[in-house]
Design a protein around this ligand. Sequence first.
Ligand code: CTP
Length: 403
Amino acid sequence: MTLADKRVLLIVGGGIAAYKCLDLIRRLRERGAKVTPVMTKAAGEFVTPLSVGALSGVKVYGDLFDRDDEQDVGHIRLARGADLVILAPASATRMGKMAAGIGDDLAGAILLATRAPVLLAPAMNPAMWTHPATRRSLATLKGDGLHFVGPNRGEMAESGEAGEGRMAEPLEIVAAAEAILGAGQGPLAGRHVLVTSGPTHEPIDPVRYIANRSSGRQGHAIAASLARLGAKVTLVSGPVALPDPSGVTTVHVETAREMLAAVEAALPADAAVFVAAVADWRTDGDAAHKIKKTAAGPPALHLVENPDILRTVGTGARRPRLVVGFAAETRDLLTNAAAKLERKGADLIVANDVSGDVMGGEANTVRLVSREGVEEWPTLPKGEVADRLALDIARRLAASGEA
Ligand code: CTP
């Protein structure tokens, strides 16, 4: 009962995705939430107050000027009595009105009057979602501290068009709500998640090493996001210039072999996310002393293969229920990612094209490759990729637990 006694005011907005709110109400109530539904006028074109009321088991509010409710300034009462306000689906028009502070119906008045956290699940045509006006609304609303979940990429219900604009699934909205209300209990409470991050350094001699450009930003952000969802997180990090994320147990290592040992020591885990850019090779043998320049010319480095940490864990006896790998590719992204999924025994590969400045950069464009197919995400700051992935992990763990 992750939402026991939480008072959730659910504003059902206008849009074809409103039908998903029926399932959302059920999912929220299953977790102990008390759901008070409000329907906008447009929502009534897509779902009926009868079905919304039947699923929530309480009165459905709809009209700002309801003679019975407005006597005690109903919208203020509704706004004050909530621990969380969810608006789903949030249309471009509604987002525009909210950004401008317009409250010309009950939903708008509540959204202005509430001091509770507000979670929006946008849903609209991809062209509307990418329109500069919607971008402005989104930036303003994020600046105001509102929370967002989705939209996802996929086919639109009404037009069959593919693109970003599909409303997040009910369980994703629930996970976001849990994260907001969680205060250390979140959807990953009681789960142990292992994360590897950063590069590894493979010594050539006491002063030189083989390394790569990984900054550890993405892996560290994922560890922090998972912890915010309530998970106990062990982060095994190669050498990076980042602070240890708060609320996370960080183990520092240098080489691939040390990383594998630390990962194995941290098992068992419910999920493991392998973000580290592990050096594939190390030099053979141990140069105890600095290699000197000689007249014979440059030394030949003989390389041997490092252990594949993801594969060792993904195909091992103590395999976590959910294994997530990353695939950094500069070409044939999807083919290579799908091959890695099989070869390494992963459930999910987060594939990113590193031909740009991803390594060390601030943003990331990823695709999620699983046995169910490929999900494309837009280019996002690494922190947002991390939040989304953490929610996705929570959802997948919950789903595999129910199965
Ligand atoms: N990985 C690992 N241990 C290694 C190499 C990679 O755990 N020794 C993990 C990475 O953390 C990542 C995934 O495997 O999650 C894919 O890494 P990548 O470097 O893209 O794959 P490689 O196995 O090196 O494959 P290739 O060289 O063919 O690209």
